[in-house]
Design a protein around this ligand. Structure first.
Ligand SMILES: [Zn+2]
Ligand SMILES: [Zn+2]
Length: 220
């Protein structure tokens, strides 16, 4: 516990048998080293859902931080307290002991080391930077790969249905279908020169019988 005093603490609920946990680990390790290298007070504690000591040892062997010992009874308390229903889950606790967020994993995926110190203020600052990036992009558009109107939407982490690569921050999104396109995948095509007439778009949309209120595409 003395190692955690006065530090921002990340509780890392995960297990070796869980593929997304293994996939997330290198990203967390990178962010961890980068945050520490800047002299920031951070510690991570691995809280294992492994089935046996050997798997715990193997997984923890690849981690540069602390762990709750395998089989420690405090794990149950912590899982319940933070309502851990899926892993990996990363909970950030401030140096004052207050819970900052239970969605620190998304923040690490999205911002890497820049997410530190995982506070609301920091998120707002990073989102303001993203707003700058999105300036001048159309709020709504249609795209040949999807039947509904797509809305420029702030999305933490998603997979682009165009190129299948991961994306974050902004997506041209159809919420009804959970359909995402990277802004770069949409806007680069528009540059190719097919300038749609907005009136035609409007007609297509009503013919289709779908209307999008910005959050959901609904059938009219
Ligand atoms: Zn894409
Ligand atoms: Zn749709």
């Amino acid at each position: 516990m003395s190692e955690l005093n006065g530090k921002t603490v990340l509780l890392y609920f995960s297990a070796h048998w869980c593929p997304p946990c293994r996939a997330f680990l290198p990203k967390l390790v990178d962010a961890y080293h980068e945050i520490k290298a800047k002299g920031n007070a951070l510690e991570v504690v691995f809280i294992s859902s492994d089935k046996d000591q050997a798997s715990f040892d193997e997984f923890f062997g690849g981690m540069p931080w602390l762990a709750l010992p395998f089989g420690d009874s405090r794990k149950r308390f912590l899982s319940r307290k933070f309502r851990v229903s899926g892993i990996p889950m990363l909970v950030a606790i401030g140096s004052n002991g207050r819970t900052l967020t239970t969605k620190a994993r998304d923040m690490v995926l999205q911002y890497g080391a820049r997410a530190y110190p995982f506070t609301d203020e920091k998120i707002k600052e990073l989102e303001a930077e993203e707003d700058e990036i999105a300036k001048g992009w159309p709020e709504k558009l249609t795209h040949e790969t999807h039947e509904h109107e797509l809305v420029l939407t702030r999305r933490r982490v998603y997979y682009c249905d165009g190129c299948n690569e991961q994306g974050h921050a902004w997506s041209y999104y159809c919420e009804k279908c959970d359909f995402d396109l990277h802004p770069k995948c949409v806007l680069k095509e528009e540059d190719k020169g097919s300038k749609d007439d907005p009136d035609v778009k409007e007609e297509d949309k009503s013919k289709d019988g779908w209307v999008c209120d910005g959050e959901v595409c609904k059938k009219v």
